[in-house]
Design a protein around this ligand. Structure first.
Ligand SMILES: NC(=O)c1ccc[n+]([C@@H]2O[C@H](COP(=O)([O-])OP(=O)(O)OC[C@H]3O[C@@H](n4cnc5c(N)ncnc54)[C@H](OP(=O)(O)O)[C@@H]3O)[C@@H](O)[C@H]2O)c1
Length: 298
């Protein structure tokens, strides 16, 4: 297949491009700025333009681009960048998909479990409603931007991605240094649920979404065993063979990370992958310990 990928230089995109190519697919990257080689095509997500040749002959599009969620403190300006990069980028891409002739058959578009918001112990499958607050609002609007592609007959899969675990980036990479130093510990009450996914399983989920014609709409991209922060802390400490005796109280997390602490670290979101299970997807790393041992080589 011919697959076009946005955000291909990111944590997920880098692994996905390698996996697609390894499986024999031809991949073209949609890159911001100048296209550097014959596999790259320029797009300007904020400016609204896509190289007209970028989608010619493309079977599937995977849309991962967006301003990093946890790269910087959430000032008003940064929150606007997080939101606008997703809404404008998706609008730009979807407009190009709808205009393409022939159109790609499928769009797999990233969303996030942030859609569900802070929901305590409630078990959330794809039929659960969205939450309230900054991230749920962003995710709702981000997903809504893909509707025009679905209306035009393109199969659209919106993968609500959980916390991606890899030592190469994202949440786990940030935690590794303090945990390796024995300075890791429970965050806030430790009772908040964290819905995670092994990076390699996420890449396989995206490939599965591309090839599974029966799949469309929202699909939770999480492992089947969400854990509390306390369980996560204990498991990571155990895999690294380090003590985890330094808790970070909620007030300290808020002081250190600002508003992001509330939405990303202290919020409880217990999400399960019902639609993937129904469609017969098989996880290579369904348990947290197995995922961490795989990712960390321990
Ligand atoms: N990692 C996670 O734990 C996680 C969890 C839930 C959801 N997600 C979502 O899944 C997608 C991929 O995640 P990821 O971890 O691979 O993200 P990432 O490492 O932050 O990469 C995202 C890519 O988007 C592009 N990008 C960066 N800033 C941008 C901007 N202001 N406007 C437009 N494009 C921009 C960049 O690619 P180019 O430079 O090549 O354009 C970047 O490499 C993201 O949309 C993310 O929100 C990730």
């Amino acid at each position: 297949m011919n697959v076009a990928v946005t955000g291909s230089s990111g944590l997920v995109g880098t692994k996905l491009v390698a996996a697609l190519r390894g499986a024999g697919d031809a991949v073209r990257r949609l890159v911001r700025g100048d296209a550097r080689n014959e596999d790259s095509f320029a797009w300007d997500p904020a400016g609204g333009s896509v190289d007209p040749a970028a989608l010619a002959g493309v079977d599937a599009v995977v849309h991962l681009a967006g301003e990093g969620i946890a790269n910087k403190r959430w000032s008003e300006a940064q929150m606007a960048r997080i939101r606008d990069s997703r809404l404008q980028g998706t609008r730009t891409l979807v407009r190009a998909i709808v205009a393409a002739d022939p159109r790609p058959r499928v769009l797999v578009s990233a969303s996030a479990i942030g859609y569900y918001g802070d929901r305590g112990d409630a078990v959330l499958d794809e039929s659960a409603g969205g939450g309230s607050g900054f991230l749920p609002d962003v995710c709702r609007a981000w997903e809504a931007e893909t509707k025009a592609a679905a209306d035009a007959g393109v199969r659209v899969v919106r993968v609500r991605i959980g916390v991606v675990l890899s030592p190469e980036g994202g949440a786990l990479a940030k935690m590794l240094t303090p945990f390796k130093l024995g300075a890791g510990g429970v965050l806030g009450s430790g009772k908040q649920y964290m819905s995670w996914i092994d990076l390699d399983d996420l890449v396989r989920i995206i490939q599965f979404a591309i090839t599974t014609d029966s799949l469309s709409g929202a699909v939770n991209g999480v492992a089947p065993t969400p854990v509390t922060n306390r369980e996560f802390t204990k498991t990571l400490g155990g895999v690294l063979k380090r003590p985890t005796i330094f808790p970070m109280p909620a007030f300290a997390a808020r002081a250190a990370f600002g508003k992001m602490a509330e939405d990303l670290l202290l919020a409880s979101t217990r999400v399960v992958p019902k639609r993937l299970a129904d469609a017969g997807f098989s996880f290579a790393y369904p348990s947290l310990e197995g995922c961490l041992r795989h990712q960390l080589g321990r």
